[in-house]
Design a protein around this ligand. Structure first.
Ligand code: ADE
Ligand code: ZN
Ligand code: ZN
Length: 269
């Protein structure tokens, strides 16, 4: 993370890649809640390098460096054609430059104790951020529209686009800050049976397919013909966005456990 103090990380502005800053903080906070005791000490040591105390604090750095490091931009999404059945690495990620392969790469780097602590800290931030991104449906689908970035919509007469609706607007319309948003998600989704079911729900590729299917069946299919997306429309999208944010946080915690909660030098996935 090139020695950016936590306070500067927090002050950087939003970009159009990934959930907005609040969405990534929400995912980081949920993972903070569910990460195992065994993984906490090493996680804290890595975070300390950047004066951070929580996963939420490092969750937005990959969006802040994308202009300085343009080669990282394709790691935030995977363009699975909306009408395709499922993720196909040869078609959708031939050079390994997509969010699915980026998560695999950085999880391996994070768990590799032969690497420098600063290398592993960068990897941690990438993993936290990209597990959030892969749960944003439009980061796993496209219809010749860059994941909805080219689909113009109107919110209260203001021009926006479908991708921004899912990155920012659904969350912003609640008026909740990340702390209160997380309280609500934990109350709504945090039963033991639900969390256990999410913990056993598949591979990184499965997460991408799940997001892709939501994009096809809910996001694109549910867009009003008028492309007007008012407050009641945003509220109608919230259950799906909330479920995705919560799943992202729980799955991130389990992935970090797999990388860090062992004493060996080899991460277990
Ligand atoms: N650029 C191209 N496709 C994209 C997607 N699915 N999400 C975000 N940015 C993109
Ligand atoms: Zn992103
Ligand atoms: Zn985005």
């Amino acid at each position: 993370m090139r020695r950016l103090p936590g306070v500067i990380v927090l002050l950087c502005t939003a970009t159009a890649l990934g959930w907005g800053p609040d969405g990534h903080r929400i995912v980081g906070k949920i993972a903070d809640h569910y990460v195992s005791e065994a993984a906490r000490p090493e996680l804290a040591a890595i975070l300390r390098l950047y004066h951070a105390t929580s996963l939420a604090d490092v969750s937005n750095w990959p969006d802040h460096i994308k202009h300085a490091r343009p080669e990282t931009a394709p790691w935030h999404y995977v363009d699975i054609p909306v009408n395709a059945d499922r993720y196909d690495p040869d078609r959708d990620c031939s050079q390994g430059d997509c969010v699915v392969e980026a998560i695999h790469r950085f999880a391996t780097e994070l768990g590799d104790r032969t690497r420098s602590i600063s290398n592993r800290a960068d990897a941690l931030s990438f993993v936290v951020h990209f597990v959030g991104d892969i749960h944003q449906p439009l980061h796993c689908a496209e219809d010749n529209d860059r994941g909805g970035n080219d689909v113009v919509v109107l919110i209260d007469g203001e021009t926006s686009n479908l991708h921004r609706v899912w990155d920012f607007e659904i969350i912003r319309a609640t008026g909740l800050d990340p702390d209160h948003y997380v309280d609500r998600l934990l109350a709504e989704f945090g039963s033991d049976t639900n969390v256990l079911a999410i913990c056993h729900s598949g591979s990184v590729e499965d997460w991408a397919n799940e997001s892709h299917d939501l994009a096809r069946d809910f996001v694109y299919a549910g867009l009003p013909e008028s492309h007007q997306v008012g407050s009641s429309f945003l509220a109608s999208c919230r259950p799906v966005a909330d479920q995705q944010l919560f799943k992202a946080g729980v799955r991130l915690a389990r992935l970090l456990d797999a990388c860090l909660a062992t004493k060996s030098d080899t991460p277990q996935h």
